[in-house]
Design a protein around this ligand. Structure first.
Ligand code: MRU
Length: 355
């Protein structure tokens, strides 16, 4: 793995395939430093996902797909052995983080493609190129999907509205545009003024470091607030809608997203503010019945006690650090997908999306 710094003026892409390697923006260093890492092994990619160098549900799925390609790029053996290697690297990458279903969705898609390539009688060198093309297709499709989500979401917003978002579901979390942030980019293109409020998103500050950064760079009107200020700004009448991304939507419409999302949904309900979830079909998991069945990642206590190098809690303190929470479907006004906007009853409307 190697590093390369970049000036701040370029449009930032979370990841791209370049010269036979995965070039990945190290999101831990933002907004201070813009550094692209050159990843050359599936282990590099596993570590990048685990350590949040790349994060956000769609982006980790895309990164993992490239990770499998890196794992089998130099493989020398029979086609059957090659397929076993694809499966081995995919299963390994699937252990990097547990909650975002896009990770498993992308890896399953890569496995299915590898099987099809083997059945077609291809040689391994050709199959590697075809697998790379599949990973690139996943990335290209994500960009197109997000633009469509943005178009649908924008129909819910009007010029002058205040919109609150939590965590980072932007271009940095995806191939481009983001899911929840896509309507803000499209509004900018169309001259529609939205006043965005970004929760800072404790403990890793994806809202402050990433959402505030990418929207500010793009020229969106964005105001940063601490998580515990959301109720206050709602009570002042400054927020007309909330929009967030998601890591997994269960079959009944329960939504897993960054820790703190549930509190925002409760606050939105209390203030009669619509709560929208932007969600590509790749984030919907019909095989998980309810939110209670979604595995919630717990991360290291250091994120809370010595976040960003400064100790802010006593040594030895007991800490609980879940990275995600579940917003029950009854708090979700609508789910915005690339196929359109769906509403309750979610068990039926989500299923219909796949018919
Ligand atoms: O821990 P993170 O930063 O990967 O969590 C990200 C989120 O919770 C996002 O809101 C979600 O992945 C949607 S990204 C389009």
């Amino acid at each position: 793995m190697s590093k390369e710094s970049q000036g701040k003026s370029e449009v930032l892409q979370s990841l791209r395939w370049e010269n036979g390697a995965l070039s990945l923006l190290d999101q831990r260093l933002l907004p201070e430093e813009i550094v692209y890492l050159k990843l050359t092994t599936s282990q590099d990619v596993w570590e990048a996902i685990r350590e949040l160098k790349v994060r956000g549900a769609p982006a980790i799925g895309i990164a993992a797909a490239y990770g499998v390609v890196l794992g089998v790029a130099d493989f020398d053996g029979t086609m059957d052995q090659w397929v076993s290697e694809v499966n081995r690297h995919a299963d390994y990458l699937a252990t990097s983080r547990p909650t975002a279903v896009n990770l498993f969705w992308a890896l399953d898609r890569i496995k299915v493609r590898a099987d099809a390539l083997a059945s077609s009688g291809m040689k391994t060198e050709e199959a590697v190129q075809a697998l790379l093309a599949e990973a690139q297709l996943i990335q290209a499709e994500d960009e197109a999907t997000n633009r469509r989500i943005g178009e649908h979401a924008l129909t819910l917003f009007e010029d002058g509205m205040g919109v609150l978002t939590h965590c980072n579901a932007g271009g940095l979390a995806t191939a481009k545009y983001g899911t929840a942030l896509a309507p803000f980019y499209l509004a900018l293109e169309q001259g529609i003024h939205l006043k965005v409020f970004a929760d800072e998103t404790r403990p890793v500050l994806q809202g402050a470091r990433l959402t505030a950064f990418e929207l500010q760079q793009a020229g969106v009107d964005v105001t940063l607030i601490c998580d515990n200020m959301a109720g206050h700004v709602m009570s002042k009448g400054w927020i007309q809608a909330v929009i967030v991304g998601t890591d997994r939507v269960a079959a009944n419409g329960d939504v897993a997203n960054k820790i703190g999302t549930y509190s925002v949904a409760v606050l939105a309900k209390a203030h009669n503010i619509p709560f929208y979830v932007a969600c590509p079909l790749s984030t919907i998991d019909l095989s998980t019945p309810t939110g209670a069945d979604i595995p919630i990642e717990e991360r290291h206590s250091d994120e809370i006690t010595v976040g960003f190098g400064k100790r802010t809690a006593p040594q030895g303190i007991a800490v609980y650090n879940p990275a995600f929470d579940i917003t029950p479907n009854e708090l979700v006004t609508a789910i915005i997908t690339e196929k359109g906007i769906i509403k309750a009853p979610y068990f039926e409307s989500l299923r219909q999306l796949f018919d």
